[in-house]
Design a protein around this ligand. Structure first.
Ligand SMILES: [Zn+2]
Length: 322
């Protein structure tokens, strides 16, 4: 099995997930640990190496069999320099290079990507994006992130910049967003946006600390304020997807993340809105729910690592037609 196994690492603000992934397209083992960024990067790096060593021992993957390591990390990150530039959710890791020390430790190619791009690549390789030539994957949860994969490659902007799809404005008179704009998709349809919409209309609501999932549950139970919040989020999402179909004319749009567990509440508005689009071939654009769940990030990171390593021994499973 030499040279046929990659490690995928998914680094978020609260949790780090890792997996050993065979180039043939299956997860051999997985593990997680809390990020605890407040303990500093050196401590985090030591714990990542210990976690990887333990996982490799458990899954019978020797260091010799390891072909490459891919990291998907909560952005912004610089995939060219290998640095994490995220003062928002990884404050003490801001500016660190995570690629070089792992490369030195394991002696294999290590690549760093934005976590949304890694998740998109995971869905294209083994999930709902399979067979798509232009795939837009959106994750709606605590925030809204997106990745665009064109012909199997991550779409990038200037100097490797990751496009922030969740921060395109749907309503310039909407709520102020930390990015500097108003009415961003994220500030209208993320989990916190659902909570904010309920709090606005019913300040001091006695039902305890609200979460996005809580708002969705209340909407399902028939609460009109929660239903209005979900409707606003669904309308914003439908408008965002309308824009994306015009901008990218994708084959496939994949929707994942915690809020999309309520996809059934969003779907009628999305379908109705997209059907109004006379410019894009919306009848042939597949809108699908993500299939890999929390595995998308590690699978996609491993896939990117294998692609970048370009080892002759690596024969990644071809993308099957759908
Ligand atoms: Zn924004």
């Amino acid at each position: 099995m030499d040279g046929l196994i990659a490690i995928g690492i998914d680094i978020g603000g609260t949790k780090i997930a890792v997996a050993t992934v065979a180039a043939a397209g299956c997860i051999l083992g997985r593990s997680t640990m809390p990020t605890q960024a407040e303990r500093g990067f050196d401590d985090g790096l030591r714990r990542i190496v210990a976690l990887l060593d333990r996982l490799m021992a458990e899954t019978g993957c020797s260091r010799r069999a390891l072909a490459a390591i891919g990291i998907g990390c909560a952005g912004p990150v610089d995939p060219i320099r290998g640095t994490i530039d995220n003062p928002y959710t990884l404050p003490t890791w801001d500016g660190v290079n995570i690629v070089e020390p792992l490369q030195a430790e394991y002696g294999v190619r290590v690549v760093l990507e934005n976590d949304a791009d890694a998740a998109a690549m995971g869905e294209v390789w083994l999930g709902a994006g399979q067979g798509g030539r232009v795939v837009v994957m959106i994750t709606i949860g605590t925030g809204i992130g997106g990745g665009i994969i064109i012909d199997g490659q991550v779409y990038r902007g200037i100097e490797g910049t990751h496009p922030e799809i969740g921060h395109h404005s749907i309503d310039p008179t909407g709520p102020a967003c930390y990015c500097g704009m108003r009415g961003c998709w994220e500030s209208l349809a993320s989990g916190p946006a659902l909570v904010a919409a309920v709090s606005e209309r019913a300040p001091g609501r006695p039902s305890g600390p609200l979460t996005g999932a809580g708002v969705i549950a209340e909407a399902r139970a028939g609460d009109p304020i929660a239903q209005a919040a979900v409707t606003r989020a669904a309308e914003a999402t439908a408008m965002a997807l309308f824009n994306l179909t015009n901008l990218y004319a994708p084959d496939v749009i994949v929707l994942g993340g915690g809020v999309m567990e309520a996809y059934d509440l969003f779907e009628p508005v999305i379908r109705q809105t997209l059907s109004r689009n006379t410019m894009a071939p919306v009848d042939r654009i597949a809108v699908r729910r993500a299939e890999l769940g929390s595995d998308a990030g590690v699978v996609g990171a491993a896939c990117l690592a294998l692609d970048h390593a370009q080892l002759p021994a690596v024969r990644r499973a071809p993308l099957p037609p759908r």
